[in-house]
Design a protein. Structure first.
Length: 397
């Protein structure tokens, strides 16, 4: 079925088709319409789920942790300071290896207070052990939510599906809603190997010693560091799972094909602009304009940010002269986080492109296509960067 609706509605349809069993809801702009739509599905009998309104975002993720521990497919959504309020539970969900899916409708964090879009909220949680996927339009939102449940339950790692507040959450775009029968074929019911069962009492995630030890059955049990190493190793392996799941999704639904990095006009490019989310699609307009001027420029958007797809980045940028990283986040006192990760991926390459860093759009500051065009034109024609410091676009004072 093809409809024109908001990005939040697209996400809600993805959760509905995934047959989430427990939905924890706490309102925060611009995520609120997502869980409101899910409440409508539940109230109408279209989604057989427990819809649990809670008193805070911390509690919302706590409900999902409990539900997932008991073997239920769990979902929640949040934005900005709400995501930060979950921070303790975000670590807990990853450490407990619970396949929770959460939509993060990206918004700037306070103080000062803002309700507008940037990526500082999800970037602040990039090192918590969650997989982070970014969507660029409404079709990617619904498709990514469905794939996120499959991915989380395959690798037993929670997944954030991130999309831009207002720019995507509240705008209306056409997207296709797949049939429930096809989604059921792609995403089987959640059947965890271990779940809380009153008939088989056990303790989960108790105090763990620094070193390995014998458990009650005489087997060697891992210590804290061993558990953390396993999470890291499985996150690295999850890159391959993202690719495999996307391939299966594409064979069944006819969409996808760029699960790690989505490139545009990069095959013969000398300069490539890299970004996250809807900005990567705005940059396509810039690329088209500069191509008409005879400049060899392309753009690319990361779909997977954690685990970082370093090998895909290396392959994409092989032979590229210059890379311009545009990002709506800043690692204060250092650089843009995407910029730092990209440089790290390229560090050991014998030949690597020059890399520039631009910070823009914080707190919803307008991103002018003309400014992006001028920067990329200069990158194609002008000299290289003189230092490693990030440059800010759109500063007015």
């Amino acid at each position: 079925m093809h409809i024109i609706e908001s990005g939040n509605t697209a996400a809600a349809h993805g959760v509905k088709l995934a047959r989430a069993q427990v939905i924890a809801a706490y309102p925060i702009t611009p995520q609120t319409p997502l869980t409101e739509k899910l409440s409508e599905f539940v109230a109408a009998g279209e989604l057989d789920a427990q819809y649990i309104p809670v008193e805070s975002e911390h509690s919302a993720l706590g409900v999902c942790i409990a539900a997932s521990s008991a073997g239920a497919r769990a979902f929640t959504g949040t934005s900005a300071n709400g995501l930060l309020y979950m921070h303790e539970q975000i670590h807990w969900a990853a450490g407990a290896r619970l396949p929770i899916v959460m939509c993060v409708v990206n918004r700037g964090v306070g103080a000062p207070w803002t309700i507008w879009n940037d990526h500082q909220d999800s970037m602040s949680q990039r090192d918590t052990g969650w997989i982070q996927l970014y969507a660029c339009d409404h079709q990617q939102i619904i498709d990514t939510v469905i794939q996120a449940f499959r991915l989380a339950e395959t690798v037993n790692i929670p997944v954030m599906v991130c999309y831009d507040g207002y720019i995507l959450s509240h705008t209306y775009m056409p997207f296709d809603i797949p049939t429930a029968e096809k989604v059921d074929a792609f995403l089987p019911p959640y059947a965890p190997d271990d779940a809380l069962d009153p008939g088989k009492p056990c303790n989960l995630n108790t105090v763990t010693m620094p070193d390995t030890r014998q458990d009650v059955d005489g087997n060697t049990a891992p210590g804290y560091m061993d558990i953390r190493h396993s999470l890291h190793a499985d996150l690295r392996t999850a890159v391959e799972e993202v690719v495999a799941i996307d391939r299966e999704f594409r064979n069944l639904f006819g969409r996808g094909g760029n699960p790690l990095v989505e490139s545009y006009c990069c095959d013969d490019a000398e300069v490539v602009a890299i970004s996250l989310g809807s900005l990567s699609y705005q940059l396509r307009t810039v690329v088209d304009a500069l191509r008409k001027e005879g400049l060899k420029v392309g753009s690319a958007g990361l779909r997977l940010y954690r685990p970082f797809p370093d090998q895909a980045i290396i392959e994409l940028l092989s032979g590229i002269r210059r890379v311009v990283v545009f990002e709506k986040a800043i690692s204060y006192g250092n650089q843009g986080p995407l910029y730092a990760d990209l440089k790290s991926a390229l560090y050991r390459q014998t030949t690597r492109p020059e890399v520039e860093n631009y910070i823009l759009g914080l707190g919803g500051r307008g991103i002018q296509t003309e400014e992006l065009t001028s920067i990329l034109r200069d990158a194609c024609q002008g000299p290289g960067v003189e230092n490693d410091a990030p440059r800010f676009i759109g500063i007015r004072i």
